[in-house]
Ligand binder design. Structure first.
Ligand code: DP6
Length: 315
């Protein structure tokens, strides 16, 4: 028997950065993300003789090559072990996975890959043990234990994650145009998991959760009022806030390169001249995510032609 599942990535506008509980991945503040339905992870599971689980890349004709580091494979298979224990199942499995987007592009691949693994493993194990399949909410909770941000990938178009619960907030922008501008293809030097750990020593950390809650409130108001410009300002402030945690902790690090700065300035210029533009955000990586409203499609195209083509990959 063989099982297959897919899950999308997501981009947070109010970020999950800092944990109340590192075992359970309980965040110090609520986060809000937009689901990226075109950026998918795929997982296939088969039963395997013996006792040990294995991982290998899933081969999809025409797809980009995919690999996982030793630690990455271990973390992924540990999550499978966790799910197998819940179902009280001992049989070994072969897990194959891939993404339809390039690796190391800062596209939050852990979110989609852990969500897809959780879905696929729950399917396989409920078949094998004749147990009822989990609800979406239960799968999101289980997936969170593998990687926090993956719990938001079970909901669309928006996901609001607070403590152990994820809900779909009512936001009047249901379809956005997402682009990620690739500044650096390389695998990031500080993983988001490591970032969560390091930032706790920043002098800004004790007050971080209050600022995130404030930003969330302001962003939801801006969306409700269809005040796109205010939404842009809040998103900007929010990603700057987590990047300031990175640079002010005891083992400081930064993802912002001169090229990132240059592009951010171009985007600010666009806002200045048009009095309009995309929402801008950055995760724990050097690449820039932009979200345009559907009526801004030609603006998105023009910006890409003028500033990005020939200089940067855009997905
Ligand atoms: C900066 O979900 O990757 O992308 O729970 O340790 O796996 P773990 O962390 P992870 O953290 C994501 C951090 C972020 C912000 C966000 O997506 O909210």
């Amino acid at each position: 028997m063989s099982w297959f599942a897919q899950a999308p990535s997501n981009i947070a506008l109010i970020k999950y950065m800092g944990k109340k509980d590192t075992e359970q991945n309980i965040p110090i503040n609520p986060s809000l993300s937009y689901t990226l339905s075109n950026l998918l992870s795929s997982v296939n599971i088969e039963e395997h003789p013996g006792k040990k689980d294995f991982w290998e890349p899933l081969d999809i004709p025409g797809a980009l090559p995919f690999s996982l580091s030793k630690e990455g494979q271990e973390r992924y298979l540990n999550h499978l072990t966790r799910i197998k224990a819940i179902f009280n199942h001992q049989g070994a499995m072969m897990v194959r996975s891939t993404n339809n987007f390039p690796q190391g592009a800062g596209l939050a691949s852990s979110a989609s890959s852990f969500a897809a693994l959780t879905k696929c493993a729950v399917k396989a194990l409920s078949d094998l043990t004749h147990k009822e399949i989990f609800s979406t909410e239960a799968m999101a909770k289980l997936s969170r234990l593998g990687s926090g941000s993956s719990c938001r990938s079970f909901f669309t178009p928006w996901a609001l994650w607070d403590e152990t619960t994820v809900t779909v907030p009512d936001i009047p922008y249901t379809e956005l145009l997402h682009q990620v501008i690739i500044v650096n293809h390389e695998e990031k030097k500080v993983s988001s998991r490591e970032a969560h750990r390091r930032i706790t020593t920043s002098p800004n950390y004790p007050t971080r959760s209050a600022r995130a809650i404030q930003n969330l409130k302001a962003l939801r108001h801006a969306f409700q009022d269809k005040d796109w410009k205010s939404a842009y300002h809040v998103c900007w402030q929010e990603f700057q806030d987590i990047h300031a945690l990175f640079s002010t902790c005891k083992e400081p690090f930064s993802y912002i390169t001169s090229e990132t700065k240059n592009l951010l300035t171009r985007l600010q210029d666009l806002w200045q001249t048009e009095n309009d533009g995309p929402l801008i955000t950055m995760d724990a990586g050097p690449n820039i995510h932009v979200l345009y409203r559907p009526d801004q499609a030609s603006m998105a195209k023009q910006f890409k032609q003028k500033h990005l083509i020939g200089n940067h990959d855009v997905f």
